[in-house]
Design a binder for this molecule. Structure first.
Ligand code: ADP
Ligand code: MG
Length: 327
């Protein structure tokens, strides 16, 4: 089974940033409001994610590392209406098969925390008591220590950390109620404090995307039946390199989606007569039954059941904002 895990790891665990993404998504699924990410040497020597979520019960700790063990879906019906970020039960199994992996957790019902350790193929499933507040800490040390071919593909610490930084930016944009702190080699690099009102949220978006983006962007707030689109789309005067600021989220999940980008471009093309790729941060909410997220292991892609409808809805929302704005 460890070999299968290592193969699966090839799909989910490309580099330290993908580990960080999976771990932080688990923290969010656990309802965490504070997530601390500590990185050493670009993540090659250590990735530690600590949260104040609801934790993992002692009895489920070893199981959490098993393949296809997920507490998030119980049946096929659940798979059709996913709201949690995780659901495949693959991440921890994969990551622990290619690292020295420690999982420490405590639930509110437990008076003490418990810890499991796994090291590549030799899974050590003995559980030992540990000291930890309610929540979970995952430590991933020596990533790819047993898969040298993969390890060889790691870039410089600086590059790997830049990817991690980007992952945290993307997630932090979508989760304004959560405080994130990110440090590298024991130095605090980012601190995104939780935002409790619209003003704080705007500040936080500005902290992540820059003041100039917010000042030169249309605010989108558009509803139709079960569809809701919100966020910001930059006007053409916003000239920062556009392709690095294109963030779309479907039900809180960051995705790359042609339907969404096409709708934005079409609105810009027709109303502003520009072929430019606008910068944007957009959140689409829809009934989870109307979108398939189980398209790819990294869960970056979605499939809308009625993509034409979604396309036209987004197009209309942006056209409406363009028309209302005093250009
Ligand atoms: P998935 O997220 O797809 O369910 P993972 O392999 O990422 O699968 O995690 C396996 C299981 O471990 C989760 O379903 C969850 O029950 C538990 N788990 C992992 N990380 C955390 C966390 N930070 N807090 C609480 N539970 C967690
Ligand atoms: Mg997960």
């Amino acid at each position: 089974p460890q070999l299968a895990n290592q193969i699966a790891a090839g799909e989910v665990v490309e580099r330290p940033a993908s580990v960080v993404k999976e771990l932080v998504e688990n923290s969010l699924d656990a309802g965490a409001t504070r997530i601390q990410i500590d990185i050493e040497q670009g993540g090659a020597s250590l990735i530690r994610v600590r949260d104040n979520g609801f934790g993992i019960p002692k009895t489920e700790l070893a199981l959490a590392l098993a393949r296809h063990a997920t507490s998030k879906i119980l049946c096929l019906e659940d798979l059709e209406a996913i709201l949690s970020l995780g659901f495949r039960g693959e991440a921890l199994a994969s990551i622990s098969s290619v690292s020295r992996f420690t999982l420490t957790s405590r639930t509110a019902e437990q008076s003490e925390a418990w810890q499991v350790y796994a090291q590549g193929r030799d899974m050590e499933t003995t559980i030992q008591p540990a000291s930890h507040p309610v929540g979970t800490t995952v430590e991933v040390a020596n990533l790819f220590f047993n898969t040298p071919a993969r390890r060889k593909f790691l870039r410089t610490d600086k590059t790997e950390f830049a990817h991690i930084d980007e992952v945290i930016r993307r997630i932090a944009l979508a989760k304004p109620h959560v405080t994130f702190s990110l440090s590298h080699n024991n130095k605090l690099i980012r601190q995104y404090k939780n935002a409790n009102n619209a003003e704080q949220q705007l500040k936080r978006i500005a902290a992540i995307c820059g003041n100039d983006f917010i000042q030169n962007a249309l605010h989108i707030d558009w509803k139709h039946e079960e569809l809701y689109l919100s966020g910001w789309v930059a006007l053409p005067q916003f000239t920062r390199p556009q392709n690095d600021l294109a963030y779309s989220y479907v039900n809180g999940r960051m995705v790359r989606d042609k339907v969404i980008t096409h709708a934005i471009r079409q609105a810009y093309n027709e109303y502003l007569h520009t072929e430019q790729y606008p910068a944007f941060v957009l959140f689409l909410e829809l009934n989870p039954n109307d979108v398939d997220v189980n398209v790819h292991p990294t869960k970056h892609e979605v499939r809308f059941h009625q993509s034409r409808l979604i396309h036209d809805f987004i197009y209309q929302g942006i056209v409406n904002a363009l028309q209302t704005d005093d250009l």
